[in-house]
Design a binder for this molecule. Structure first.
Ligand code: NAP
Length: 419
């Protein structure tokens, strides 16, 4: 039996949210698709399956240990789309991507680890291109909102100023409410335990693939952004800039490769990307910024890391409810234009919103494959949400995941909505 969607890590905190969202998805009534739960413990899998009203037979549950390539390959080869929710990805992700790329199986994940993506681009991009597998990492809150915000801002600019215009300074500011899971904390801690070379390489601008665009500005402790003609916003360091900037740069490189055929998609040679966490004023920005720096320094010290690992939430634990919101605002300049693009949603941002976004990315591939724009960038390969899924994903997020996406010009003070 074919597995329409196989969720790896379905017993984890985020994996269970993804499974619940997919099992209850409204499109299952009109376009029935099956969901298979994958994990390393049969008992846990059976418990999750029962809680979702699924059977516990081989059609709904499969035991997979991601450290054993043969079990991974056996599970993956029968799937159409794999969602990988097992982190840290640099430790556990390689075999899954290898099996998907080898067998032409589509893959999405929620990695926040650019060094993992750099690694799979180097190892499996060509293989996935040959088998036409879509391998799309960072399909969670990291990095769908910023990736599609820049994509939509670029289109707005091109519609107003013409397809040859380059977008210029582009900054995404985050206002979020949610929580942390043990899995994420474990991933953050393990970040600094990864072999340094890969980490340093992927921290560089355009660290994932060629061609390389213009360098980013250095991150700052205090940011000031134009919000409208009379107001400014403040912001500070946003830790997820590490992954999001790489994803947006990755989209830059993919769109640049197809610039001759699709000039309007290319962001252009003046593009500079940055991110910040919104803050009420410059003093609070300074305070929060320094606290974040302090935390980063602390986790670099192994005894402190050892203590934090024991006192912070453990694997499988995360925010108890879907209470929260997110507002991701991108301000992009291009010549005389300043464009504000807003990606907004209700609900906890880091896990519940991630589950909705990742699931919609997988469903875009499963249910709307023939409408996807991925061919514009050359075919299968290790791609980004914006380059591979584009408008199909945007419509799905709006139609099913409670996300609103809009762009407007804020140059003149007279706003003009396009979406
Ligand atoms: N990008 C984003 O926006 C975003 C958002 C949320 C989470 N994440 C990332 O998602 C990942 C998962 O987070 P989480 O909080 O859901 O973690 P979690 O609750 O600890 O779940 C981890 C899952 O991985 C499974 N697993 C671990 N080692 C395995 C192996 N060798 N073989 C098969 N399965 C294995 C675990 O199985 P057991 O149940 O048997 O232990 C569990 O199902 C983390 O890397 C986190 O950084 C990213």
């Amino acid at each position: 039996m074919t597995r329409d969607i196989l969720i790896l890590g379905a017993t984890g905190f985020t994996g269970q949210l993804i499974a619940r969202y997919l099992v209850n998805h409204p499109q299952r009534a009109s376009s029935p698709f099956n969901v298979t739960l994958g994990g390393r413990s049969r008992d846990k899998l059976n418990r999750v399956a029962k809680s979702l009203g699924l059977s516990t037979d081989a059609g709904s549950v499969v035991v997979v240990d991601l450290s054993d390539y043969s079990t991974v390959e056996r599970a993956v080869v029968r799937a159409k789309v794999v969602i990988n929710a097992v982190g840290p990805y640099w430790k556990f992700g390689d075999f899954v991507v290898r099996a998907c790329a080898r067998h032409g199986v589509h893959y999405v994940d929620i990695t926040p680890e650019p060094h993992f993506i750099a690694d799979i681009v180097a190892k499996y991009d060509f293989m996935a291109f040959k088998t036409n597998a879509l391998v799309i990492p960072a399909c969670g809150f990291d990095s769908i909102p910023p990736d599609i915000a820049v994509f939509v801002a670029n289109r707005y600019v091109k519609a107003v100023l013409g397809s040859d215009t380059s977008i210029e300074d582009s900054t995404t500011a985050y206002d979020v409410e949610g929580g942390f899971s043990g899995g994420l904390i474990h991933s953050i801690m393990s970040f600094v335990e990864d072999p340094g070379k890969t980490l340093i390489k992927s921290a560089a601008d355009y660290g994932l693939r060629q061609p390389h665009g213009p360098p980013s500005r250095l991150p700052r402790i205090v940011y000031k952004l134009p919000y409208d003609v009379s107001t400014s916003w403040y912001g500070t360091i946003w830790p997820q800039r590490v992954i999001n900037r790489q994803t947006v740069h990755h989209s830059w490189s993919l769109f640049e490769r197809s610039r001759d055929a699709h000039p309007a998609d290319a962001y252009g040679d003046k593009f500079r990307y940055d991110e910040c966490l919104r803050s009420p004023g410059p003093i609070s920005a300074l305070f929060v910024g320094f606290s974040i720096c302090l935390f980063v320094v602390a986790i670099l010290i192994s005894p402190i890391r050892w203590v934090l690992k024991r006192i912070l939430p453990q694997s499988g634990i995360g925010p108890a409810s879907d209470k929260g919101h997110f507002e991701v605002v991108n301000i992009t300049k291009a010549g005389p234009l300043t464009v504000k693009t807003t990606v907004r949603g209700e609900g906890e941002f880091a896990y519940y919103a991630t589950a909705r976004m990742t699931s919609e990315a997988a469903l875009a591939i499963l249910l709307q494959f023939n409408e996807l724009p991925y061919r514009k960038t050359g075919g299968g390969g290790v791609l980004t949400p914006a380059a591979a899924l584009g408008d199909v994903l945007i419509r799905r997020l709006e139609d099913f995941a409670g996300v609103t996406i809009s762009s407007e010009s804020i140059k003149t003070g007279e706003t003009k909505k396009t979406r």
